[in-house]
Design a protein around this ligand. Structure first.
Ligand code: KG4
Ligand code: ZN
Length: 352
């Protein structure tokens, strides 16, 4: 099966062609960084307009790099939500038009599900697709959740952020330090030369029962620390040390919450599983290595997609489309874009 995937839910206009043998035949991502960077974040109206301008070209490039015509496709998949509604509409309408004109099966993919299934496309250390069930830490610009991935379309959320997503905290930290947008990669870069013990930052939720997250206290303390410097007196070393201290604190929180997640997962599945990390923040090398060590301590396999498949892309959408089409067949063309689209059922956490 060969599927074209389209992703337009945030600030990347992306198209990719993937087959059911897990080959990525093309994977084009056009980022709108230049359009949004003067504003320090994504402006929905600008994003929607840019998607309209770029989507045709990106799809044409994906098809030509794959060396295929629309006739060669067995389906078209698109992010149907959650996301910025203007962009999602652009992608969904384009995918519907392609599906209708070529009488192709159409799959409206949940963006979070696409992140969740990416590791089955990228594979384990032996190159094999990762098997269900697994514990997933989904960390992106808009989401921070721990999920048990049981099967395609079957997810149990065991933890979520009570306030900010981790990517948002990275982006805001970068913005406060004047490091530009998107902030996550910048903070990671600066943190490499920094002293992570220099600033004492909070680790919200650390040691608490359950798997929920919170990052707003950490972000606030970063702001207060910056405000504590005399105006204009913050030097490169301070920036590097603050980035390193922030990243270390974020890592400590993720490790603590995921440890609880692994314990909970093991109660349900004592003999199988893996820890998987996905979403844009999963591109962070420091956090990946912290999570890998955690998994090793639990004698648990650890898998993360390559960095370019962690941040938004359409290969993950095409792959989720393949999984979805195989699992439950196509969606109808009356699918309505969904700005909100939670993934799976939520289990209540014991408050502490
Ligand atoms: O998954 P994604 O591309 O878009 C959403 O679905 O939100 O995630 C984007 C987020 C942004 O907040 C960005 O700063 C963050 O992922 N990010 C990173 C890194 N690369 C991207 N955060 C930390 N370290 C990185 N290397
Ligand atoms: Zn995403």
């Amino acid at each position: 099966m060969i599927v074209l995937g389209i992703e337009t839910s945030c600030d990347e206009t992306a198209a990719a062609v993937v087959n059911s043998e897990r080959d990525i035949l093309s994977n084009i991502v056009l980022s709108q960084i230049e359009e949004h960077s003067p504003y320090g974040g994504v402006v929905p109206e600008i994003a929607a307009r840019a998607h309209v301008e770029l989507v045709d070209t990106v799809i044409a490039r994906a098809m030509s790099e794959a060396g295929l015509n629309f006739d060669d496709l067995d389906g078209v998949a698109v992010t149907g939500g959650p996301g910025l509604i203007g962009g999602v509409i652009v992608g969904v309408m384009t995918a519907k038009a392609i599906a209708l004109s070529g009488s192709l099966p159409f799959a409206a993919v949940n963006h979070l599900e696409a992140h969740a299934l990416t590791v089955r496309l990228s594979g384990d250390r032996d190159g094999k697709s990762v098997k269900f069930p697994y514990l997933l830490l989904l960390v992106s610009g808009g989401h921070c959740q721990l999920l048990i991935v049981e099967d395609v379309g079957s997810y149990t959320q065991i933890g979520m952020t009570l306030d900010d997503a981790l990517g948002e905290a990275f982006d805001k930290t970068a913005r406060m330090l004047g490091l530009g947008y998107p902030g996550g990669p910048q903070v990671e870069l600066w943190a490499r030369d920094g002293d992570h013990d220099r600033f004492t930052l909070p680790r919200p939720m650390l040691g608490r029962q359950g798997c929920d997250f919170s990052f707003s206290g950490l972000k606030t303390k970063v702001r207060q620390t910056i405000e504590g410097f005399p105006s204009g007196a913050i030097c490169k070393t301070d920036v590097a040390d603050l980035c390193a201290s922030f990243q270390q604190a974020a890592g400590d929180v993720l490790v603590d919450r995921c440890a609880n997640g692994i314990r909970l997962f093991r109660e349900e599945y004592p003999y199988s599983g893996a820890l998987v990390v996905a979403g844009g923040v999963a591109a962070n090398e420091h956090l990946r290595s912290r999570l890998m060590s955690l998994a090793e301590n639990f004698k648990f396999p650890f898998y993360a997609p390559p960095a370019h498949l962690c941040t938004d892309n359409a290969a993950m959408v095409a792959w989720a489309g393949i999984e979805q089409l195989r699992h439950r067949g196509p969606d109808t063309l009356d699918f309505k874009p969904r700005p909100r689209w939670p993934l799976g059922r939520v289990v209540a956490q014991t408050p502490n």
